[in-house]
Design a protein around this ligand. Structure first.
Ligand code: FAD
Length: 375
């Protein structure tokens, strides 16, 4: 009988397991993949998440690996529209840290191995979870049945735990599609995020470690057979920037959706991360949101399992608060996507002029900086 079984060893499951173990609980993480996914996803880690990661003992390692982004610049037709600085944020980490998700997961996995040796099992697919009265039974594809007082579903957007718990999820597809790729960073503004607001649609570029830059381009439809040349052509046509095609190290075309579980807590099952809420990556908050779920949840689990306290009311409040946080992040992503849609040049220029004027007001600038960094 384990205290907690976590289904899913992605960034959120690993992080929650570390916090649970640090709180003195016995945890087991079951991950279906035999090796880490190389599919490139999250890069942005926001200040509140960095503070949480410090509590898990991994912030320093991640900061050493990543690039600290202290400001973002919006450009259009080769000219600066406006600038957003994170330097004045009142927090321990006044920047957005850019680290590829695969490296973040590696750091978390190493830390979990240190605090809870043997607690992470790869190559184990969970097929069913059910409440057997006093405990939870977790069935794997090999027919093993494991037992825990509580199950946390951190098993991503298509969560088996969510399905087993009979929790419906609403799904909202968006019309936006993107092509994304990493190239050698030839730009002068090395640690600056740049948004190119252009009539054909937005182009975003972010610094990554090891002299690499990630480019994300909004496309009219999903590109079925992406090539580095195609992405380089789009970047050049909209921004005038020439990326070095031969240096391409990652390429991916994706569409976006929002998924929200109707409830995050069902008896002895709790959903966190993408299993509970999937938000559009345009805004870069999904993984951060999942970590903040765990930060709120772990003290309740500790109080319930170690002190025998009834935390029913606190869990109900957790459910309300975290769903609200997910809806807020989804709205922010929705706004970011709208900002990046194609517009005729005169309309775009008028909108950019408004942005520039409004963002020049210090109070507005600071409020936008806080919103973008999840504060
Ligand atoms: C292109 C892109 C860019 C993004 N950029 C950002 C960003 O900059 N910042 C940000 O915060 N977020 C970003 N995101 C979102 C982020 O990647 C996700 O929110 C994050 O991966 C969610 O983590 P998770 O652990 O909840 O789920 P996942 O990463 O999906 O992990 C779930 C794990 O559960 C395992 N699993 C699933 N089913 C089972 C089962 N039945 N049994 C055992 N194991 C199972 C899976 O193999 C997987 O390892 C981006 C996403 C995309 C697609």
């Amino acid at each position: 009988m384990h205290d907690v079984i976590l289904v899913g060893g992605g960034p959120v499951g690993l992080f929650a397991a570390i916090l649970l173990r640090q709180a003195g609980l016995d945890v087991l993480v079951l991950e279906q993949r035999t090796s880490r996914s190389t599919h490139s996803r999250a890069i942005g880690i926001h200040p509140p998440a960095l503070e949480a990661l410090a509590g898990a003992g991994v912030a320093a390692d991640l900061v050493a690996l990543g690039v600290a982004i202290h400001q973002g610049v919006a450009r259009s037709a080769g000219r600066e529209v406006t600038r957003l600085s994170f330097g004045a944020l009142h927090c321990d980490y006044p920047f957005v840290l850019a680290v590829p998700q695969i490296q973040t997961e590696r750091v978390l996995e190493t830390r979990l191995g240190a605090v809870a040796p043997g607690a992470f099992r790869r190559g184990v697919t969970v097929t069913d979870v059910h409440d057997a009265g006093g405990s939870m039974l977790v069935t794997t594809s090999t027919g093993d049945v494991l037992q825990a007082q509580l199950v946390i579903g951190a098993d991503g957007g298509r969560s088996t735990v969510r399905t087993s718990a009979g929790v419906p999820a609403s799904l909202r597809p968006y019309p936006d599609t993107y092509l994304m790729g990493d190239f050698a960073d030839g730009l002068a503004d090395r640690s600056t995020a740049v948004l190119y607001l252009e009539p054909g649609g937005i182009v975003e570029s972010f610094p990554l470690p090891d002299g690499v830059r990630r480019w994300v381009v909004r496309t009219p439809s999903l590109v079925s057979a992406p090539t580095p040349d195609r992405l380089a052509d789009l970047i050049r046509a909209r921004t005038g920037v020439d990326v070095e095609i031969a240096s391409n190290s990652m390429l991916s075309a994706f569409d976006v959706q929002r998924r929200l579980a109707h409830r995050f807590v069902t008896g002895r099952t709790v959903l966190i991360g993408d299993a509970a809420h999937q938000v559009s990556p345009i805004g870069g908050q999904g993984m951060n949101l999942g970590w903040l779920d765990a930060v709120e949840l772990v003290p309740m689990i500790r109080a319930s399992l170690m002190e025998g306290r009834d935390v029913g009311r606190e869990l109900a409040a957790f459910n309300v608060r975290r769903r609200r946080a997910a809806v807020t992040a989804a709205r922010q992503a929705h706004l970011n996507m709208a900002l990046g849609r194609p517009l005729p040049r005169p309309v775009l220029s008028a909108r950019n002029a408004v942005f520039s004027r409004v963002n020049a007001v210090p109070a507005v600038h600071d409020a936008i900086a806080r919103t973008f960094t999840m504060q």
